[in-house]
Design a protein around this ligand. Structure first.
Ligand SMILES: Nc1ncnc2c1ncn2[C@@H]1O[C@H](COP(=O)(O)OP(=O)(O)OP(=O)(O)O)[C@@H](O)[C@H]1O
Ligand SMILES: Nc1nc2c(ncn2[C@@H]2O[C@H](COP(=O)(O)O)[C@@H](O)[C@H]2O)c(=O)[nH]1
Length: 197
């Protein structure tokens, strides 16, 4: 089944929006879609965030995240090194500013995979960014995916699902919504929105 775009970007079709923000509730499938997309299109540059969260098995420093201490995160924030940052379900996450700007200046399509609070901050600071919301096919499916991933405790899942209610209610703030029924379809839609294909 095809991904379902809801709403349209306000960016004129002949202009390539080079900064794209992908948000959506925890467990909806953002990382899965982005990994699928980048397998075929490694020219899309994905920002690597800093986080105070502990690595999951298999996650590598500098690849999936820059895993930092609370003190290091305090310094990144105080020194203005983050384009945006937020506290999400008990940990802090932020986008290193310099690398994003360097890639944009080089004309590279840039993707940020961040939460709602971060997306709102990017909208404030970079009006040209396009904001894409990834929605689950249903609430039940979101719970199934987040639980089925098996990476979080029951308590953390509860916190993330609490946050998901707020995030789902904010969908109208985004330029476009894609419903993640099929990873392949959503990846294709996202590439088209980024003018990569
Ligand atoms: N279209 C899909 N159909 C079925 N399962 C999916 C689909 N997309 C992703 N999943 C599964 O859902 C789970 C959560 O996906 P993923 O980790 O990519 O979510 P996420 O949005 O990046 O989460 P977080 O915000 O917590 O990092 C994974 O087990 C993944 O395999
Ligand atoms: N505001 C930001 N949110 C971010 C950033 N990097 C990731 N995230 C979001 O955090 C949650 C949880 O991620 P997880 O890896 O612990 O499951 C998820 O919504 C991510 O998109 C960031 O730099 N800024």
């Amino acid at each position: 089944m095809a991904a379902t775009p809801r709403g349209t970007s306000p960016v004129p079709p002949d202009v390539s929006p080079r900064l794209t923000v992908l948000s959506g509730p925890s467990g909806v499938g953002k990382s899965t879609v982005v990994a699928h997309m980048r397998k075929e299109h490694p020219e899309v540059w994905l920002s690597v965030s800093a986080t105070t969260r502990k690595p999951r098995p298999g996650e590598q420093h500098g690849v999936h995240y820059f895993f930092v201490t609370d003190d290091e995160m305090d310094k990144l924030i105080a020194n203005g090194e983050l384009l945006e940052w937020a506290e999400f379900a008990g940990n802090r996450y932020g986008t290193p500013r310099a690398a994003v700007l360097e890639h944009l200046e080089a004309g590279v399509p840039v993707l940020l995979e961040i939460d709602l609070q971060g997306a709102r901050q990017v909208r404030e600071s970079m009006a040209e960014a396009q904001l894409v919301f990834l929605a689950p096919p249903s609430w039940e499916e979101l719970v199934r995916r987040l639980t089925g991933r098996g990476t979080e405790s029951a308590e953390v899942i509860e916190r993330r699902l609490d946050a998901a209610k707020t995030e789902l209610a904010a969908e109208p703030e985004f330029d476009t919504t894609l419903v993640n029924t099929s990873v392949e379809d959503v990846a294709r839609e996202l590439l088209a929105l980024m003018n990569v294909v």
